[in-house]
Design a protein around this ligand. Structure first.
Ligand SMILES: [Zn+2]
Length: 209
């Protein structure tokens, strides 16, 4: 699996581009800077098949409609419990000082099922339901490659915020313990912000669990 992590927006949100050897690709959490992402995908000559979203926060979804329009790729995720965040995108944008504008949209498909498999060429992404930071937060696990894209759930030495409307600290801790800490220690966690980490490292060093 090939991975290119592209930090976007003032929030330095880690947008991940993944593709197989035949250049079948998906983009996870394109939070903004659509032009930059489009350029990168075209430079690499990728066939973008899907736009995947972990949750409805602006810095994770802001460029999704532009990428969809450009590449004719569907937007899948998050869980529908985050619909209020998608419908509230203009307000999210206002709150952050109109850093960039965003219109409300609804993904082409909600991913409400635990364990649903998404095929992108040779890659197999498994949907993990990871509520807590937002109620509809999900993650994408490539189990055979031991890599998970988990948005704002688990960070190096930290965890996601739960002080936004609909956030819940205990639910977040449960998601981490029951869905992430059960994965192999070598599993790489590509977090929504900051450096990537591994399950083993966080089990040893994360002060929140
Ligand atoms: Zn978030």
């Amino acid at each position: 699996m090939n991975i290119d992590i592209i930090p976007v927006t003032a929030f330095q949100q880690n947008c991940s581009l993944i593709w197989d050897d035949e250049k079948n690709a998906a983009i996870i959490d394109p939070g903004g800077e659509a032009e930059k992402l489009i350029r990168r995908i075209e430079e690499l000559g990728l066939n973008l098949q899907r736009i995947l979203l972990t949750h409805g926060h602006l810095d994770h979804v802001g460029a999704a409609p532009k990428l969809k329009a450009h590449f004719k790729a569907e937007i899948w995720g998050s869980n529908s419990a985050d619909d209020y965040w998608f419908q509230g995108l203009p307000q999210q944008s206002e709150k952050f000082g109109l850093l960039f504008e965003a219109s409300a949209f609804t993904p082409d498909r909600w991913l409400n099922e635990e364990g649903e498999m998404i095929a992108i060429g040779d890659l197999r992404l498994e949907v993990l339901q990871l509520p807590g930071h937002t109620p509809g937060h999900i993650g994408f696990l490539e189990r055979s490659k031991k890599v998970a894209f988990t948005g704002d759930v688990l960070f190096q030495n930290s965890i996601g915020r739960t002080d936004f409307p609909g956030g819940d600290h205990q639910t977040l801790l449960r998601s981490i313990r029951e869905k992430l800490y059960v994965l192999d220690d070598e599993t790489i966690i590509v977090a929504g912000h900051g450096a990537y980490t591994t399950i083993g490292r966080e089990k040893q060093h994360n002060p929140f669990l």
